[in-house]
Design a protein around this ligand. Sequence first.
Ligand code: FES
Length: 233
Amino acid sequence: MSKPKILITKNGPYLVTGNLLLNKEVAETGKSGEPEKWVETKKYPRKETYALCRCGHSKNMPFCDGAHNEAHFDGTETASNSLYEDEAEIIEGGGIILKDVPSLCSGARFCHPKGGTWKLAVKSKKTEAKKEAVRQACECPAGRLVAYDKETGQALENKYEPSVTIIEDPQINCSGPLWVKGGVEIESESGVKYETRNRVTLCRCGHSLNKPFCDGEHAGYEFDDGDESLKRY
Ligand code: FES
């Protein structure tokens, strides 16, 4: 079995190797009226290698069916390859330090409830605010937000099996990006490796201006991969 890895191909799909778990999760809206919980709705059969659509045109979602050729997909990678720590804005609270790289935002909105993660971080001397700020930061699929323990400086992260999750966002009737979890290596078309992180989101609608990462553009384009969950609203 080869090492878990995602290779970005030139104007083509993501080539996934290493028998990576592939599943689908739906962002469930909570009492706040914003997404609050990820619910798994599908597990795909394990495969050593597979190719995931990156252009948004496949008729066999989430897999590539070659549609990128006919669509003349321009998959040029435009993201900077700087380290998260070098880019992050810092919000210092009483209990946690919150770091934030806005350019990575995938628009998942788990940071909105209860005044938002930033305000909660500022109030994090209080146990409840700290708990909620950490929970919200951890649910941010893009890894835009990361909470750190104020005392130890340790990143407070959920533990994930290396995996890829197809995101669906029924509240805005829209399919979302690929949520890559658990430190999977991502290699650019040119052979350069992006920083390996516990959470990142990769664009699969084809419209991100920060390729290969999702920048939330899928919402404006109402990206629809045909998932059942989108018909509920
Ligand atoms: S999937 Fe989010 S911008 Fe393409």
